[in-house]
Design a protein. Sequence first.
Length: 223
Amino acid sequence: MPTLIGFGLARGLSPALYGATADILARNQNVRARMTWLLTGLASGATALALALHGVNPANLVDQVHRRGDAVVENRDVDLVVGVLLLALACAMVLWVRVVPELPRRPERAPDQSSPPAALFVLGFTSAVIGLTTLPIMYLTGRLVESVSTDPVVRVCAYLVFLVALIGPFVLLAWVWSRFPVATRKVTAAYERMLGWDTRWVAFAVMTVGGVALVGFATLLHR
């Protein structure tokens, strides 16, 4: 059981999922329904992948992808090309800011138009399926559930332990959020103001730092 709980917690560590959860909570609009769609997609994706990996060991596939990824990361030409491209995009961003100093304001959206439920379900589903660590975790989870018992009911209960650990942190976060209504209103108001910010300068800074770093890696660190 502790191992299944650990697998569930590890599988739920997704920036996309926590970003979507933060967005749902900060908007404070139909939180329960939107969280339900997101977590239903997450549980469905994890279950579908566990069934798909039944009897299939993905270790060789993951190892091959790792080797190819390392080859790309260690390639000097790739670093140089991507670095120059990022610096060019940063210059284009500055030009855009000068040509269009202020972006047109987006119209206010109704509370039920922030994000369609289907999009949240797809986000949860894909977050549970896509990723290099996803395949080994779900494969090991399936093998562990099978080793618990030959009784199907016991296996289902063991898998439910994994699912509870998977979605539990998000439910707990939403519950804690609902316990502090004053702080919730303040964060929601601040978040609405942040949505109106012009983030082009932030994008410029990120691309400049990334471009300089990659060009530096290509010219100084590669041998």
